[in-house]
Design a protein. Structure first.
Length: 389
């Protein structure tokens, strides 16, 4: 080995490449080119916001004729039928987004129209049908929906005509206390959370529908009592049957009654009616509980109100996302139904919590409650938040 050669610790040494940013010379260059984080954030705040889709809709007029609105020539019973016949998106005649008019006319039932829908699995369709039949009360609509149908005639027109039909025994009205939805919001932003304020919600049903419901329940109870071997259970079923018959007789004699009093029914009878869902306490307030007054109710009415209130919360949140709190009706329908990037409908309105409920009746309830207003534009109808939520 040559005497002048020396060994180095090659095996224990590593060769690293200095990054460009660690070079002192490069560092000076980068400082001149890149802004500091503070400067960058300042410039970002000063940068003009994108102006795409931020122009307010052009309002032509507010003289809007909605597809479901009726004139004063039409009886309020016709309005009730209009709401009920067009409740579901697949069978409504107010639009033909899922089935043509000929397909609807040729179908034997709403179930047939539902199961012929493309884009939904049979399992989803079965869940929709189960929900509608088992959980959702049949024949209910809100007073706000009637208000929107007679928007040109005004609220007094609806109230007056409804009162006449109440006295005639053709319809029944239920008052649900403290049930009006309030969509939580910060100063400038609506949230999805729904609480309930001090406003009452009024719900309408045809009287014959209500009495038929009671009769079916009495028949089911009597049938169960015939098969019952327990004396205690038999007495309980007998109390239910006799109480419901007495309740039905009382309502037919008092067609416009919204409440019943403890003087009208025994304590055991009132407890039975409460357990069956036909009456409720008028309020959670102590002074009203002590008055022993009960509201006439429709079983499972809360499920129907939950659907309506979920729809209103969705509508408020969706409109609030736009700068001017407004959208074209067609854009609302697209968001309601949901569309993928390639333009295929996702049918989200047929899933929980709406199960195919039609958007027009969400809009109608919100319009009647004064939550939204509708107007004409050169490219279709527009809907805007009024600020009342």
């Amino acid at each position: 080995m040559a005497p002048n050669l020396r060994y180095s610790a090659a095996k224990s040494s590593t060769i690293g490449r200095r990054s460009a940013s660690s070079s002192p010379t490069k560092q000076r260059t980068l400082r001149n080119i890149l802004p500091t984080q503070t400067k960058y954030l300042q410039n970002l705040k000063k940068a003009p916001k994108s102006s795409s889709n931020e122009d307010a809709l052009t309002v032509q007029d507010y003289n809007v004729q909605l597809d479901y609105q009726l004139s004063a020539k039409n009886d309020i019973m016709v309005a009730i039928d209009t709401v009920l016949e067009n409740q579901w998106a697949e069978s409504t005649t107010l639009h033909h987004r899922f089935h043509t008019k000929d397909e609807i006319d040729a179908s034997d039932s709403d179930e047939q129209l539902l199961f012929s829908l493309p884009g939904l699995s049979m399992e989803v369709k079965a869940d929709i049908l189960k929900y509608r039949k088992s959980h959702l009360p049949i024949g209910l609509l809100t007073l706000n929906q009637l208000y929107s149908i007679y928007d040109k005639q005004g609220l007094t027109y609806v109230d007056r005509n409804l009162e006449l039909r109440l006295r005639e025994g053709k319809v029944r009205k239920f008052v649900i206390t403290n049930a009006a939805p309030v969509v939580s919001r910060t100063q400038n932003k609506y949230q999805g959370k729904v609480t309930y304020g001090h406003e009452n919600v009024e719900v309408i049903v045809k009287s014959e529908q209500y009495y038929e419901l009671i009769e079916r329940e009495v028949e089911a109870i009597d049938s169960e009592a015939e098969k019952c071997n327990s004396k205690q259970e038999s007495e309980r079923l007998k109390l239910q049957s006799t109480t419901l018959k007495k309740y039905s007789h009382f309502l037919k004699g008092n067609p416009s009654a919204l409440y019943i009093h403890s003087d009208d029914f025994a304590s055991a009878e009132l407890s039975t009616l409460v357990s069956l869902g036909y009456v409720t306490l008028t309020s959670n307030h102590l002074n009203e509980i002590e008055s022993h007054q009960y509201s006439v109710a429709y079983p499972n009415c809360g499920t129907f109100l939950k659907l309506i209130n979920s729809g209103r919360a969705w509508l408020v949140k969706t409109l609030n996302k736009s700068k001017h709190k407004e959208l074209l009706e067609e854009n609302l329908f697209q968001k309601w139904e949901g569309y993928s990037a390639n333009g295929t409908p996702k049918m989200t309105n047929f899933r929980k919590p709406f199960y195919g409920y039609d958007l027009f009746w969400i809009l109608a309830d919100a319009l009647g409650a004064g939550v939204v207003e509708v107007f004409n534009t050169p490219v279709g109808r527009g809907w805007k938040l009024t600020g009342k939520v």
